[in-house]
Design a protein around this ligand. Structure first.
Ligand code: UDP
Length: 317
């Protein structure tokens, strides 16, 4: 089976490419390299550098493919608030183009990178896939809109699809070509920022007065390798037309202070940090209910926070 990985030059997409190849899949990559890195693309894969806004480039990338894993898109919450038009254009318009070209090429299997940002501030924890969707930023709104578009595509045109709603993806993957890790500029994510903290560039704890056990936010972290395992299981579960949504997290949560403690343990030295005001748009606690992915996909994440931190640390060396 040949899988087109859109966003295959990015952190999560490149990890998917490497693991798919290791498992015997043929892979094509489609990426505009706006945030991804061409040097992430494994040699030996078919690579089309192109944009989701260009239908002929998508058509070119889809040639010979049987299924699509769709990671490409804009993914920064803050940027989405400042430039909503970019997010609606690339995430929603770009995915519309992809679905149209998939239909033209008679490709009917799709795995989509959705997000827990579709839920917004949760009313009930842990969060089930049936929870209400009230995204608090354009990023979450566009992921939710794409999920709705995919549902209609499945109903109207026989697409067989799964949307995977990521909680906090972390860790790194040791590929045959070295570590694949987050390389964002600027980096906003907690684990890389904590591990890179120094007295001249001290990591900020965004809020210490949250209604949690130690006053800092709690998030559900999932290792990128476990995450890709779920994608491959989801791909293999696709049958007749339909659209299923699955949460991907660990089912548990860690506070910001607990992440700093794990990093202190991993590095063997004190991590400098500074208590700071809350960051706009952060909910206090996000924890996934992952029972649906466990039950239907037979998925079980196995890499805990210590592994996510130690792999990220190793990937910096
Ligand atoms: N966070 C923090 N300092 C940072 C980056 C993040 O205190 O430099 C907090 C953030 O407020 C949130 C958690 O760490 O509670 C995870 O944030 P991240 O940006 O990694 O992921 P998000 O939950 O926003 O997707």
């Amino acid at each position: 089976m040949r899988v087109l990985v859109t966003g295959g030059a990015g952190y999560i997409g490149a990890t998917a490419v490497d693991i798919l190849i290791a498992q015997g899949y043929e892979v094509s990559v489609f990426d505009d390299c706006s945030t991804g890195h061409a040097d992430n693309v494994a040699s030996g894969v078919t690579f089309v550098q192109g944009s989701l806004l260009n239908r002929s480039e998508i058509a070119e990338a889809l040639k010979g493919c049987d299924a699509v894993m769709h990671f490409a898109g804009k993914s920064l919450v803050g940027e989405s608030v400042e430039k909503p038009e970019l997010y609606w254009s690339v995430n929603v318009g770009g995915t519309r183009n992809l679905l149209d070209e998939m239909r033209a090429a008679k490709i009917s299997k799709l795995i989509f990178s959705s997000s827990a940002a579709t839920y917004g501030e949760p009313e009930v924890l842990p969060i089930l896939e049936t929870a209400s969707n009230r995204p608090t930023n354009a990023y979450g709104a566009t992921k939710l809109a794409v999920d709705a578009m995919i549902t209609d595509e499945a109903r109207g045109h026989g697409l067989s699809a799964a949307s995977l709603r990521y909680f906090n993806v972390a860790g790194a993957h040791k590929s045959t070509r070295g570590w694949l890790r987050e390389r964002h500029d600027p980096e906003t994510h907690l684990i890389p920022n904590v591990l890179r903290s120094s007295t001249s560039k001290t990591v900020k704890i965004f809020g210490t007065d949250w209604p949690t056990k130690d006053g800092t936010c709690i998030r559900d972290y999932v290792h990128v390798v476990d995450l890709i395992d779920a994608h491959i299981k989801a791909l293999n579960s696709l049958g007749s037309a339909g659209h299923e949504i699955f949460n991907l997290g660990s089912g548990g949560g860690y506070s910001v202070r607990e992440v700093i403690a794990a990093a202190t343990q991993a590095t063997g030295s004190q991590i400098p940090f500074i208590d700071s005001p809350r960051r706009a748009g952060d909910p206090a606690v996000l924890i996934a209910d992952i029972s649906k992915a466990k039950r239907i996909l037979g998925w079980q994440p196995t890499r805990n926070l210590e592994v996510m931190v130690s792999d990220t640390l190793a990937s910096f060396e």
